[in-house]
Write a protein that binds this ligand. Structure first.
Ligand code: SF4
Length: 256
């Protein structure tokens, strides 16, 4: 087999929130919605991140989003008005009028589906328990085409897991693309969340199988037909992927 023309590198661990163990007290793996989402987009892309431990530098839009989240949380928890001299502060100011006043923010949750091997976990941006879960993503105007739709929220791992965690019949994704908030919402039908959780359990089982049995990310099945071009700048791991690595340049900066 031909070797990749770019060596694997290990990415730094960056924690912006309190660190939680990657396993439960009884040894089950904690799986985040973003991990499930990446696996669903392309299992091999997931393998480059989790088996080969590659990372890549996110765009500035997502970095600004982290800061904007902090502004929103400071406002809801301590009443601190966002500093609008910063881009992140201005993004937060767009979102704040749309957030329910009685929201609980930045809550760590675990969803146990009964598997002996894993649970799902993550931070809920905000929720009004039994009413609504909301999440906010902050993007540059050029990113409009990557927004989720009401239809895609139906199977979005984050929407499913957080709605189950908060027993919420409604999930709202606020896409803040300055100067507007563009909310996208989905109301769960009876039984829909159960069916989606079953689907996520199937994905988790596949991931665990690969973690135990697969050593080379290129042995993991790919979803090239839909995934390779669907990340804006192209897949950040294309230069490592057996499908593309014959001299493919990557516009991404890989972490080490
Ligand atoms: S280049 Fe395409 S097939 Fe390969 S890991 Fe990336 S998305 Fe998957």
């Amino acid at each position: 087999m031909t070797e990749p023309n770019v060596p694997y590198s290990r990415g730094p661990v960056v924690e912006s929130k309190p660190r939680h163990s990657s396993r439960t007290a009884d040894g089950r793996l904690k799986i985040a919605p973003t991990t499930l989402k990446v696996y669903e987009e392309c299992p091999r892309k997931w393998a480059f991140e989790k088996l080969a431990r590659l990372t890549y530098e996110r765009g500035t839009g997502q970095v600004d989003g982290k800061d904007a989240h902090s502004h929103v949380e400071a406002y809801l928890v301590d009443g601190v008005t966002p500093d609008e001299s910063t881009f992140a502060g201005r993004l937060a100011s767009v979102l704040i009028p749309h957030v329910p006043r009685d929201s609980v923010t930045e809550e760590y949750v675990i969803v146990d589906t009964g598997s002996p091997l894993w649970v799902f976990h993550g931070y809920v941006d905000g929720s009004v328990p039994y009413v609504e879960v909301w999440d906010a993503k902050f993007y540059a105007p050029t990113s409009v085409k990557w927004m989720v739709t009401a239809e895609s929220l139906r199977s979005d791992p984050q929407a499913v897991i957080y709605s189950v965690a908060k027993s919420a019949p409604r999930f709202v994704m606020h896409y803040v693309i300055k100067p507007k908030d563009r909310p996208v919402a989905h109301e769960w039908a009876p039984g829909e969340l159960d069916a989606q959780l079953d689907r996520l359990d199937d994905l988790a089982l596949q991931m665990l199988w690969h973690l135990v049995h697969t050593r080379d990310a290129n042995e993991v099945p790919h979803r090239s037909a839909t995934a390779c071009d669907s990340f804006g700048k192209g897949c950040p791991y294309a230069a490592h992927c057996r499908l593309h690595y014959y001299g493919a340049p990557t516009p991404w900066t890989l972490g080490r």
